[in-house]
Design a protein around this ligand. Sequence first.
Ligand code: BYC
Length: 319
Amino acid sequence: MTAVTTTEQPGSDELTSAFEATIAADQRIEPRDWMPDAYRATLIRQIAQHAHSEIIGMQPEGNWILRAPSLRRKAILLAKVQDEAGHGLYLYAAAETLGVDRAELTEKLITSRQKYSSIFNYPTLSYADIGVIGWLVDGAAICNQVPLCRCSYGPYARAMIRICKEESFHQRQGYELLMTMMSGTPAQRDMVQEATNRWWWPSLMMFGPPDADSPNTQRSMAWGIKRHTNDELRQRFVDMTVPQAAALGVTLPDPDLRWNDERQAHDFGEPDWSEFKAVLGGGGPCNAQRLARRRRAHQDGAWVREAAAAYAAKHGRTS
Ligand code: BYC
C-alpha cells in the first residue's frame, strides 16, 4: 500500500504523489488514506446516486408483489426486492466511510438535490415488465457494475462484488420468467414484446449520456472509479443482449440495429436524449410519484429512528 494516512500529515505534494502512485499501481484507496477533495466528492455523488437507485428501484417491482401470478413468482420477486434494499444499505455504508451521514444523503434524495437512475421513473404496466426489468435493467446494471468491482475505492469495490453476484440471480430470474411466458399463449408473447418495446430505450439510457456529453467520465476514469466510458458499456450491453433477444423470440424495437462485420459489433440507433434530459429534470412519467412515496416512507419511519436513537442514548451506544 503506497497511500499515506492522514495522521502522518506530510506536505500536500507528498500526499498527492502518494495518492497518484496508489492509483497508478491499480491498488485500492481505503477510508484511512488521504484523497483529494474532488475524488471524495465524486465518489459520494456516484455511490449516493447508486444507493438511492436501489431504494427507489424497489417501487416499480414492489408494485407487482401482491399480484404475482403464483406463490413461486411471489417468493422470487419478494427476494429480489429485498436484495435491492440490501444493496442500498451496503452502498450507504460505503458512502459513510467517506465521511457523510446516511441521513444527510436521504435528505438530499427526498429534496431532489441528488439523483437516482432515470430507469425507475417509468411505470410497470404488466407482469411481463417484471421479467423485462430482470432481463434488460438488471442486465444493463451487470454490464455497468461488474467493472465497478475493480473501482479504485476499496469499500465501493467490495460492496459491488456482493451486489453483482445478486444481480446475476436477478437477471436470470427475469429471463426465465420471459422464457416461460414466450412458451405460453399468443397473448403472453404479446405482453413480453410490448414490455420489451417500452423498456429497451430507457435501458440504454441507464449508461448515462453519450461520451461527448458526459462531464464526469474522463476524470472518473483517470481516477480508476469508472473503468469504461458510457458508450463503451452501452455497446457491450447491446452486443450481449441481441443474441438473448433472438433466443427469446422477441424483436428489439430499433430499425437501425444490425451487425457490423467491420467493427465486430452491432450498430444501433440513438436513444432520445431529450427524453433522458426531461426524466433527469424531474419530468419523467413517474418522477413525482416515486419521490412522494419515498418521502412518505421516510416520514412513516420517523418513530423507528426516534426509538432507535432513544435506545442508543439510554444504553450509551452511538449506532
Ligand atoms: N440516470 O458525466 P456522467 C440498478 C447523471 S441501480 C440518472 O456520465 P457519471 C438496479 C450523472 O449522475 C442503477 N442520472 O456521470 C436497482 C451526472 O449528474 P451529476 C444505478 C444519470 O457519474 C434496482 C450527469 O448525468 N446504477 O441497477 O460519470 C433494480 C452526467 O453524467 C444517469 C448506478 O448508479 C442516469 N441513467 O456516469 C434493478 C451505477 N446517467 O451527478 C437494477 C453507478 C447519468 O453530475 N453509477 N446521470 O449531477 C455509474 O456508473 C455512473 O454514475 C453513471 C453516470 C454511468 C450512471
